[in-house]
Write a protein that binds this ligand. Structure first.
Ligand SMILES: [Mg+2]
Length: 391
């Protein structure tokens, strides 16, 4: 066989293999991210850094950002590093909520990136942490930890065949940061939905097709799912929708209860008039923190719809959960375009892309400006249009 034929066969096998492995790799790195989030909350030294609010003279004299931002950036960079080193096709198209450049009042800047080894990463982190080597070493240990495969449930993962060369990734390292910092005990809202607390914290990773703009693979990790004494255990769920392939984690496939009242999950700060109209239409209104968590509630069937009238979510908040909802036959559409402009659901479905410069990454172009409606059952959105649309 000629070398060219062999090379083509090898390329084909590589692409096929990469399809399967990208899901495995995302599950593993989401678990590593969740682990970093748990370590920071459970380590006595790190938790002090997380919750203290520095004021005036106390502020880090070298670098102005707080520890919370560093934790976010570190998790985001760990995902970028682990996925980028394994899948070079996608390395230049991995985007996150946070800029990884830290700067101080003197104009010095430092870029936080995972280094070749633990010692080098600790040295870099120590600079941003004003020489706090204890914190830097603890974090670097977790960033470079080689997760055992048994830490993540890898059973029954499907064969995927994703065109990674035309894909991008959006990461939200810690969604619901205020709940993460306060660390309060979760309070139940309705239908097993947490109103607030660590249960609403999620790590969100979404793969999108840069050509079609569709989200195709999503992983959502809840680092604080269950507590055993002082130890937290997480929960990770995934979904893929690409072409004819629709697959998701087994735990999402449980039967929905037909006889319960319909539940709409909303942010506590949502328009009271909207809550009132939903209740009049027979909905139970459940309030919950965290955009990622609210989308997960819909994916799991704890809620039927998540409505958001404001432009307070960004592509990193929705890309991963949106892919999971699509794998279940649902989706996410623009609130305004469906309810005010009367567009059909296909036209109004959210699309993904990314601008490359750091300044543009956090700009309005990545904001879901017109609000969102997340659903599993599209007939409920058609009903909602009749309930809420001004006639
Ligand atoms: Mg977020």
């Amino acid at each position: 066989m000629s070398n060219i034929v062999l090379a083509v066969i090898e390329l084909f096998l590589t692409v096929r293999d990469m399809g399967t492995s990208i899901l495995e790799s995302l599950l593993k790195v989401s678990e590593k991210a969740a682990n970093i989030a748990r370590v920071i909350r459970q380590d006595e030294h790190l938790i002090k850094l997380l919750v203290q609010e520095k004021k005036g003279a106390e502020k880090n004299p070298r670098f102005v950002q707080d520890f919370k931002t560093l934790a976010d950036v570190l998790i985001q960079e760990t995902v970028k590093h682990d996925i980028g080193s394994r899948f070079p096709d996608i390395v230049n198209h991995i985007f996150g909520e946070e800029s990884n450049t830290f700067s101080n009042v003197l104009g010095d800047t430092i870029t936080v990136q995972v280094q070749a080894d633990q010692v080098a990463t600790a040295a870099l982190l120590s600079t941003v942490l004003s020489g706090d080597t204890q914190a830097a070493e603890r974090l670097a240990l977790e960033v470079h930890r080689d997760l055992r495969l048994e830490d993540v449930d890898m059973e029954n993962l499907p064969q995927l065949n994703l065109p990674l060369e035309q894909c991008g990734i959006w990461i939200d390292p810690i969604d619901s940061t205020s709940e993460y910092i306060s660390g309060e005990e979760a309070k139940l809202s309705a239908n097993d939905i947490y109103k607030s607390g660590l249960g609403c914290v999620t790590v969100l990773i979404g793969v999108f097709d840069r050509v079609s703009g569709q989200p195709i693979l999503g992983v959502v990790n809840q680092p604080f799912y269950t507590q055993h004494g002082s130890r937290w255990e997480g929960m990770c769920q995934w979904g893929v929708k690409f072409g004819d392939l629709s697959k998701c984690s087994a735990s999402l496939l449980r039967n929905m209860e037909d006889d319960r009242a319909k539940v709409a999950v909303l942010s506590g700060s949502e328009d009271p008039n909207l809550k009132c109209r939903l209740r009049s239409a027979g909905y139970v209104v459940a309030e919950a923190s965290g955009a990622g968590y609210k989308q997960l509630c819909v994916a799991r069937g704890n809620a039927d719809l998540y409505l958001l009238t404001k432009g307070s979510t960004f592509m990193w908040d929705t890309c991963g959960p949106h892919a999971i909802l699509r794998s279940l036959g649902g989706g996410i559409v623009s609130y305004k375009r469906v309810l005010e402009n009367g567009e059909n659901l296909e036209e109004a479905e959210l699309k993904y892309g990314a601008n490359h410069t750091a300044e543009e990454q956090c700009s309005a172009s990545h904001c879901n400006l017109e609000g969102i409606i997340a659903f599993r059952d599209r007939s409920l959105v058609h009903e909602l249009v009749k309930i809420l649309r001004p006639s």
